[in-house]
Design a protein around this ligand. Structure first.
Ligand SMILES: Nc1ncnc2c1ncn2[C@@H]1O[C@H](COP(=O)(O)OP(=O)(O)OP(=O)(O)O)[C@@H](O)[C@H]1O
Length: 364
């Protein structure tokens, strides 16, 4: 099989001494309002070379405004925006042009020109920049290869699937060898399988080329699949930020907890309706585990140390990057009055979250 990631020209990050370089993006105390509606409220953040930063929030949280601020498409009311060490706050359009050429962008609805072929769409930024035809064609050929579109060079956008259109969008965004790729809900219009393949492609591009990526999304699944670090926005403010693993394992803000809810298992309804809060033969627990705790034989240890046999009702271990993280619903026999306290003490020492959901008497 052909190597899908041939040498496609040196991207800027690989030529840089990472330790000596400034962040690719630095925002300091950025504010932006629209007719009294605060879209960005004192936002400070940095994007490090080579990382994938995910920005998540509900509709209206300020994500689009934030990403548009990074490439100077959005004017700000206060604060400072730096790109690759250069203060770009308040630069005129003409001064912003060379900055924007170093920032690629992909969009939810792809923004392709329908009257141009795939190859022409991809080569367009180079044509606009005045690149000679031969160099342009060579670059387009590299990008078609990189994005798996070699056999679609002469197709028109209307002849492509959503995933293929987004591949064209990615190839076009990479044409000018940007330092930074911005992704604005790039997978929101795609089905889960296509989303997965596009995220894989972005991850590969990040790994192989060292390309820095900032993406905005409203889906925690996207963050989990691709990001190294996450910033959670709510009403224009950063309510939480950290490594994806830390934020998933120990979310602090209510916004993050609520955004994570859709990814976390919950007790199936037919079991939940059998729960008795007053008491029963078995105590039903929700146990959250992450990192080392998730690598332990937790239930076997409980059986040995407590002398009681826990039953797994539901849940399991998932992974964020290479780190395990999970939620288990277990029923543990609690025959005597002291057992409940003994069981809780045992698990409390080992897990990151523990909740008593109730009791069951008959096996459910
Ligand atoms: N050009 C504009 N004019 C007026 N209000 C705006 C404008 N752009 C954004 N806003 C307001 O700023 C707030 C943040 O909007 P923004 O589009 O940045 O949020 P978002 O998180 O990207 O939302 P969505 O996920 O729905 O796209 C919202 O209250 C929005 O109505």
């Amino acid at each position: 099989m052909n190597n899908p990631f041939p040498t496609i020209g040196a991207h800027a990050p690989l030529q840089r001494d990472l330790a000596a370089t400034p962040p690719v993006v630095r925002l300091r105390h950025v504010r932006r309002s629209f007719d009294g509606v605060v879209a960005l409220d004192d936002i400070s953040l940095s994007v490090q070379p080579g990382e994938i930063l995910g920005i998540i929030g509900r509709s209206g949280a300020g994500k689009s405004t934030l990403i548009r601020t990074i490439n100077g498409l959005e004017r700000i009311d206060a604060g400072q925006v730096e790109f690759d060490g250069q203060d770009i706050t308040g630069l005129h359009e003409t001064a912003l042009q060379p900055v924007r050429r170093r920032i690629g962008m992909i969009f939810q609805h792809f923004n392709l020109l329908s009257a141009k072929t795939v190859a022409e769409n991809i080569g367009l930024p180079l044509k606009i920049a005045g690149e000679a035809r031969a160099a342009r064609n060579a670059r387009v050929a590299e990008l078609l290869e990189l994005t798996g579109l070699r056999d679609k060079a002469n197709a028109y956008p209307s002849q492509l699937s959503g995933g293929q259109k987004q591949r064209v969008g990615i190839a076009r965004a990479l044409a000018a060898k940007p330092l930074l790729l911005l992704s604005d809900e790039a997978t929101s219009a795609l089905d889960p399988e296509t989303t997965h393949s596009i995220l894989e492609l972005l991850r590969e591009i990040n790994r192989r080329l060292g390309l820095t990526i900032v993406l905005i999304t409203h889906e925690m699944e996207v963050i989990r699949a691709i990001a190294d670090r996450v910033v959670v926005l709510d009403h224009g403010r950063i309510v939480e930020e950290g490594s994806v693993f830390d934020v998933f394992a120990t979310p602090r803000s209510e916004t993050t907890k609520s955004l994570l809810r859709s990814l976390r298992p919950s007790l199936p309804a037919h079991i939940a309706e059998h729960l008795d809060v007053a008491g029963g033969a078995e105590i039903v627990l929700r146990i959250d585990v992450s990192g080392d705790a998730a690598r332990r034989p937790l239930l076997a240890e409980a059986a040995t140390e407590l002398g009681l046999l826990p039953r797994l009702l539901h849940g399991g271990i998932d992974h964020v990057g290479d780190q395990p993280i999970g939620t288990l619903f277990v029923a543990v026999p609690a025959p005597g009055p002291g057992d409940r306290a003994r069981i809780l003490r045992h698990f409390n020492d080992k897990v990151s979250g523990l909740e008593v959901l109730g009791y069951v008497t008959d096996p459910v």
